[in-house]
Design a protein around this ligand. Structure first.
Ligand SMILES: Nc1ncnc2c1ncn2[C@@H]1O[C@H](COP(=O)(O)OP(=O)(O)OP(=O)(O)O)[C@@H](O)[C@H]1O
Ligand SMILES: NC(=O)c1ccc[n+]([C@@H]2O[C@H](COP(=O)(O)O)[C@@H](O)[C@H]2O)c1
Length: 355
């Protein structure tokens, strides 16, 4: 690369991506999203991408098939081992309750701002004195700010329309102040979706739509279903993640997998993660071997009558009573949206579950 191009790259505004989701389990497409997004910005020559963060949602999100946060974090750690720029943030899972995505973005953005503004070496350290693992390495190479953008698939964008699931103020803050990077997914039409939303249209310049020319409809739901049927998921997920699932007997994995030779050496890394996160274990819902057909754990059932809102408190229609956690709303409401033919992408997911 010429010296001129190098110099120009140094001047480009810096961005990082954060993907919020369940990651139960993480699939290669979760990681591909980051690669596709980085390629896009680099090829456009408009920004320098300094890091990627995967932030698994809190256990109390309570979506069907959600393994414990300890297991999901361990699997994400294993999945990102092959990447030199995508990292796990376990901040969200260590909070006392489910966090809205806007708050997750805000926390990570503030942390990076404080870190950049603090004297070199001091940083805004974690309570134990060390910096969080999700912080991009090259952050302090320059002094200028790093803008954190929400990275998602088009189905997440379309979930903005699910009544009561997202607060309008949150959507506006995300698109106005952070920015959204959306990767196309089969069956979704994000351009039309943006056109039909006044808020999204208003901030269209902050939404980057990227066509994924090599689509792959692997999803965590499909992986869980195959596992629970004793079918192969090899080459659908990372080998290390698969070993972990077998070893921990997650997702109701059938005996064919359990009797396979398990290579414990591969999992040493994960033990280090779980050992270091004993606190997280306290907030766990318990050892879970769940798939689509599982019912909530006893603890969750106990909470079933408690009122858990996503954004319902501020909804003009009044608060919405959700059965267990915000994630349940996704299932309940996507069923309704299936009936109303609101979202093709969500319909596909539901169709998969009903097979
Ligand atoms: N195949 C895919 N193509 C594009 N984006 C994807 C794909 N799979 C997941 N994503 C995106 O990854 C993010 C995190 O996904 P999440 O784990 O919550 O859902 P998922 O993989 O669709 O799982 P589930 O099947 O349990 O709903 C979301 O933004 C989602 O849109
Ligand atoms: N109001 C909100 O901030 C809100 C609502 C629904 C889902 N989410 C997040 O979106 C991500 C993906 O959720 P789903 O897998 O249910 O689509 C999760 O991280 C979840 O916490 C946020």
């Amino acid at each position: 690369m010429s010296a001129f191009m190098e110099e120009t790259k140094c001047l480009l505004p810096r961005i990082a991506f954060i993907a919020c989701g369940c990651f139960s389990p993480p699939t290669p497409m979760h990681l591909r999203m980051f690669e596709i997004a980085r390629d896009h910005f680099e090829m456009q020559g408009t920004h320098k991408v300094v890091g990627g963060i995967i932030s698994p949602t809190h256990d109390s999100y309570a979506k069907k098939g959600l393994a414990s946060s300890l297991d999901r974090c361990a699997m994400v750690k294993l999945a990102v081992q092959s990447s030199n720029w995508i990292r796990l943030s376990d901040w969200e899972v260590h909070q006392n309750q489910w966090m809205r995505t806007q708050s997750v973005l805000q926390y990570h953005q503030n942390f990076m701002n404080n870190y950049l503004n603090s004297a070199a070496g001091a940083g805004d350290a974690e309570p134990n004195g060390s910096l969080p693992g999700w912080l991009p390495f090259s952050l302090r190479e320059r002094k200028d700010p790093v803008h954190l953008k929400l990275l998602c698939g088009a189905d997440l964008l379309e979930s903005f329309a699910v009544p009561g699931l997202w607060a309008e103020a949150d959507i506006e803050d995300i698109v106005a102040n952070h920015g959204l990077v959306v990767i196309t997914r089969c069956g979704s039409n994000p351009e039309k979706f943006i056109f039909e939303s006044d808020i999204l249209t208003k901030y269209k310049r902050n939404i980057t739509l990227i066509t994924n020319w090599v689509p792959n409809e692997v999803s965590s739901t499909l992986v869980r279903r195959l596992l629970s049927r004793g079918q192969s998921v090899k080459y659908l997920i990372d080998d290390l993640v698969l070993e972990y699932i077998k070893r921990q007997r997650l997702f109701n994995v059938k005996s064919k997998y359990i009797t396979d030779a398990v290579r414990p050496n591969h999992l040493i890394f994960n033990h280090a993660y779980t050992d270091n996160n004993k606190n997280a274990a306290n907030s766990l819902i318990g050892e879970q071997n769940m798939d689509e057909s599982d019912s909530p754990s006893p603890q969750l059932l106990q909470q079933a009558t408690s009122r858990v809102f996503c954004c319902g408190d501020t909804s003009p229609r009044g608060p919405k009573l959700l059965r267990v956690g915000p994630g349940q709303a996704v299932q309940v409401i996507t069923m309704q949206s299936d009936e109303k033919a609101e979202s093709q992408a969500k319909k596909q997911k539901i169709a998969q579950v009903q097979l």
